[in-house]
Design a protein. Structure first.
Length: 392
């Protein structure tokens, strides 16, 4: 069966489609043009139920599917949005899709434009291979991953899935899951005064600096199971990310009485909000010991859950078989430190993570070997055929 599927995979189509999507900017907030292109590509290739699913204004999902009759519903998904362009490109332009020495260059190619092209091409190959399969293969290219994961949430509110493949960058290895993300806002509070009355004020920015140093020095190592510690490491990463306080240039001449620190926490599966909050409180207590005037309020402003698939689940074992068929050796099961859309839907949808590209990502001259694009397309295609054949 794998041989028949692989014979139907048009790897040149995957490469060409990857180069095309790399030419379409889709920085967070501007996914509309890429959604239009992907929807048109699916429509031209005979996908059914092709739709620009509304998510946010001018930022839809691009969805479609191919049906083989009654049976399981297998979803392949990935996000269209990217981070802003890095400075320093020299080998190619960020949106060129240039093919140089066996590598495709493009901003966001690894996170995760190539995976979208590979998934669509793989679904086409399964249709063309002629195997007697039952079920539906669906494609969901979603928006707003780097915002609130609204695209994935909207898609899975409307569409069920028996199995799902998330195409996040895994270097074409099988990832069982990823860390979560907790955002806390720490608001340091001082006392305002005119700049000329400095000695009557308590500068909130100065107090916040004490908290920033303590938070950055955190090395939280909560109690973890040996399996979780082995897959994700022992430290719950935590860092003061965004800081905003004071007054805009040209504004009133005042010493600020408020400064907000956005604390970015990346918990392993099983690490509770309460555990992380206790560590933040410990750091703030240290700041107060350094300056008795320190005072702050703490607010939890966002929660994205960690995700971990069961290694023995159908979705993982089907991917293990697919990689084994394509690569000819047993794959390793791994996990990621970044955050995937499975934070929003993985609790309800059995999902495995597999995609081309790896660290470093979002850097100048970002590129991906053609060989990785070919292999990812092949693995996706074999996975999809196995998933539909298993329930024939």
């Amino acid at each position: 069966m794998a041989a028949r599927v692989l014979a139907a995979v048009d790897t040149q189509r995957a490469i060409d489609l990857t180069r095309q999507v790399c030419r379409i900017p889709s920085i967070l907030g501007a996914e509309g043009d890429l959604a239009d292109f992907l929807a048109a590509s699916m429509r031209d290739r005979g996908f059914s139920n092709v739709e620009l699913q509304p998510v946010l204004p001018d930022r839809p999902n691009a969805i479609g599917e191919i049906s083989f009759g009654d049976g399981p519903r297998v979803v392949m998904t990935g996000h269209m949005d990217t981070k802003p362009v890095s400075i320093g490109w020299s080998a190619a332009e960020p949106f060129s899709g240039d093919l140089i020495d066996g590598r495709v260059f493009g901003h966001g190619i690894m996170d995760m434009k190539a995976a979208l092209a590979c998934q669509i091409t793989a679904i086409e190959a399964v249709r063309e291979c002629g195997l007697p399969l039952r079920g539906t293969l669906a494609m969901a290219a979603v928006s707003d991953h780097m915002g609130d994961q609204t695209g994935s949430i909207r898609y899975f509110e409307r569409h069920h899935a028996d199995l799902c493949v998330l195409g996040e960058l895994s270097d074409n290895e099988i990832f069982l899951g990823h860390r979560g993300r907790y955002y806390f806002d720490v608001t340091a509070q001082g006392r305002s005064a005119h700049t000329c009355h400095k000695h009557h004020a308590i500068n909130a920015n100065t107090l916040a600096a004490l908290a920033i140093l303590e938070l950055d020095a955190s090395r939280l190592e909560p109690a973890l199971s040996p399996e979780i510690a082995a897959r994700f490491g022992t430290e719950t990463m935590m860092a003061p990310g965004r800081v905003y306080g004071g007054l805009p240039p040209g504004g009133p001449s005042m010493i600020p009485d408020e400064c907000v620190i956005r604390v970015d926490c990346r918990p392993q599966p099983g690490v509770s909000i309460e555990t992380v909050r206790a560590e933040i409180d410990r750091c703030l207590d240290n700041a107060k010991r350094r300056d008795g005037r320190f005072s702050a309020e703490v607010e939890l402003v966002d929660v994205k859950a960690p995700y971990l698939a069961d290694p023995d689940s159908d979705v993982v074992q089907t991917m293990v078989q697919a990689v084994r068929q394509v690569r000819g050796r047993e794959p390793e099961l791994m996990a990621a430190d970044w955050l995937g859309d499975t934070a929003s839907f993985g609790e309800h949808i059995p999902t495995v993570i597999f995609g081309p590209g790896g660290e470093p990502v979002y850097c100048a001259d970002e590129n991906l070997p053609v060989a990785d694009i070919k292999e990812a397309t092949q693995v996706y295609a074999v996975f999809a055929a196995l998933a539909l054949a298993a329930h024939e």
